[in-house]
Design a protein around this ligand. Structure first.
Ligand SMILES: [Zn+2]
Length: 593
């Protein structure tokens, strides 16, 4: 998911290896040559015995177990096959582009290709091969990063046009010692436009002895002109089960015991990246060495990753679906107390929703960590509809974004999960729309019944059969539009009797209206009126009553469980009063504006 912790390292190499690590790497390993050992001044031989060192303090597994052959490159079989074919048929492109998330093996692949192209075999007679020997001088030099004709550069730190110009200058010269001169440019999307343009000239007519190997995490940032000149390999995220097996193999080689579940959790957290996974494994091993019997356990990895306990996660999910708000809040608090980040609560719920959706499609939940989990996911897949799952996802995603931006993530997580809880038991969108339409027709009724607690009594008193609205009508019909408006909008009736009006004015009206009202009523009715501005209980003006009614109707509609659910289901949706006039008319008022 989106915000994977970046702490596991970026595209850059791990820090310089410690002496102990270098020593370890220098030992005979079945992975061929050790990794680069730049400026290794004190010869390891100076300290022949290791035992003094406290149980291998720092290992950079990602470096130590970097793939040295294509066979070791896990999860990228399709790419390797294509490449093998190209080599066999001698149809190699001048430029290759490796794309994929960080830590998935792009630069490893680039180095392997460099080896494949320049390997001369143990006897010095070999040609390009998909199976570089790892023993000849070119193979070893490339593995150690010291081959003079294999130039690695990181565009993230060399984005200038000058660097590219240097390359282009050098391109003209034949390889010093190798078959091919190979430029590996990592994070190639970071090059400036000018740098790309300079590069492009070379790509258009590359000398036969030159190969470019580009790697990028953001292929969409590359100019089409460059893309079109590259053979492209999209490196896949490595599936969690494959990662888990890989980590198990490495633990075996390292002599480290690890729980199956622990490795599964690390594989899941790695999100398809070998290097991220190995960094986590590094940490896990260090923790295990420090705090226990050296065994990498599930509990410890869970703590380390701040992962929610899977069982607790499922309880939380279940409480949400069951509509049990109390239990939900308790579970959130408990998880938080255990150090689970509020954001992770949303994320794991999303993950679960996703897995249930997958299971519903009949796919195996391959990365389920335990039988319990597989069982629970299967049950939910049967009980929940596809529509429910999709809404669940939407709500959780919205909640996730809210939590991320919230000043108090815990509160935001509670609110978001409670909203999901309230909306979890909804009909599917089709029937929801239908019911909303019915509701719209029912709205006036709902409004009327909800009005009392939301608004003052709407209709002015009509003592002795006198009708205030009718009186206003008469004033309007007599052509006194301003006055009828005034009566409609501002006049609050205290008492109304034939020939006698006691009134108040709605707040905000400037001055007094007594004389005007008296004249208007006289003109409209042909009778003399006693008009008094008074105090006491006044009915709201007609306008005030209508406004209140509108608000009440809106409140009633908003309160309807269906609408509540709909608004929750379509986050950001608003209730729009499509036709206020019609609605006012529906409410039984017959006032014409
Ligand atoms: Zn070789």
């Amino acid at each position: 998911m989106s915000d994977s912790p970046d702490t596991y390292g970026d595209e850059a190499e791990p820090d310089a290896p410690s002496a102990a690590e270098l020593e370890a790497a220098g030992q005979e390993s079945m992975f061929g040559a050790p990794e680069p050992q730049p400026a290794l001044t004190p010869a390891p031989a100076a300290q022949p015995a290791v035992p003094a060192a406290p149980a291998q303090p720092y290992r950079v597994l990602a470096r130590k177990y970097r793939s040295q052959t294509f066979a070791e490159l896990i999860g990228q079989e399709a790419m390797v096959q294509t490449l093998a074919n190209a080599i066999r048929r001698d149809r190699l492109a001048h430029a290759f582009l490796m794309t994929g998330i960080r830590g998935v093996g792009k630069t490893s692949t680039a180095r392997l290709i460099a080896k494949a192209l320049n390997c001369i075999g143990p006897d010095g007679q070999g040609g390009p091969t998909i199976d570089p020997c790892g023993q000849c001088e070119p193979c070893q030099a490339i593995a150690e990063g010291r081959h003079i004709d294999v130039i690695e550069m990181d565009a993230a730190s060399h984005t200038g046009v000058d660097d590219v110009r240097e390359i282009i200058e050098a391109v003209r010269y034949a390889a010093v010692s190798a078959r091919y001169k190979i430029y590996i440019i990592d994070e190639v999307h970071m090059l400036t436009r000018n740098a790309f343009n300079a590069l492009l000239k070379t790509l258009e007519e590359p000398p036969a002895h030159v190969k470019f190997l580009f790697a990028t995490t953001e292929v969409e940032k590359l100019p089409v002109t460059v893309l079109s000149r590259c053979q492209r390999f999209d490196l896949r995220r490595i599936p969690a089960p494959l990662l888990k097996d890989h980590f198990a193999m490495i633990c075996g080689k390292e002599g480290v015991e690890a729980d199956d579940e622990a490795l599964a959790m690390i594989a899941a957290a790695a999100e398809g990246s070998v290097r991220d996974g190995l960094s986590i494994l590094d940490q896990a091993i260090a923790h295990a060495d420090l705090g226990g019997d050296g065994r990498v356990s599930a509990d410890q990895v869970r703590d380390m990753l701040g992962l929610a306990d899977k069982g607790a996660q499922r309880d939380l999910f279940a409480a949400m679906l069951a509509g049990d708000g109390g239990a939900l809040l308790d579970l959130i608090d408990r998880q938080f107390a255990l150090g689970v980040e509020p954001l992770a609560l949303l994320r794991t719920a999303m993950e679960l929703t996703h897995r249930i959706t997958i299971a519903q499609l009949g796919k195996d939940v391959a990365d389920a960590i335990s039988d319990d989990e597989r069982q629970a996911i299967g049950d939910w897949a049967q009980r929940l509809s596809a529509g429910q799952l999709h809404r669940l996802w939407q709500l959780l995603l919205k909640g996730h974004d809210e939590v991320r931006g919230a000043p108090d993530p815990l509160v935001a997580a509670k609110m978001a999960l409670l909203r999901v809880l309230h909306a979890a038991d909804m009909p599917d969108p089709g029937s929801l729309v239908k019911k909303l339409e019915e509701l719209a027709e029912r709205a006036p009724v709902a409004a009327a019944s909800a009005a009392p607690d939301a608004a003052p009594a709407p209709a002015p008193a009509a003592p002795q059969g006198l009708d205030w609205a009718g009186l206003i009508d008469k004033v309007e019909q007599s052509g006194q539009f301003r006055l009828s408006q005034l009566m409609h909008d501002w006049v609050r009736v205290i008492s109304l009797a034939p020939g006698e009006l006691v009134y108040a004015l709605a707040p905000g009206y400037p001055g007094d209206a007594t004389a005007e009202l008296r004249d208007a009523l006289l003109r409209a009715t042909g009778e003399r009126w006693t008009v008094t501005r008074g105090e006491g209980d006044a009915a709201p003006s007609l306008k005030e009553a209508k406004d209140a009614q509108k608000d009440a109707a809106r409140a009633a509609v908003l309160k309807d469980p269906l609408v509540e659910a709909a608004l929750a289901a379509f986050p950001g949706a608003e209730l729009i009063d499509e036709n206020p006039e019609a609605r006012v008319a529906n409410m039984g008022r017959n006032w014409r504006n």
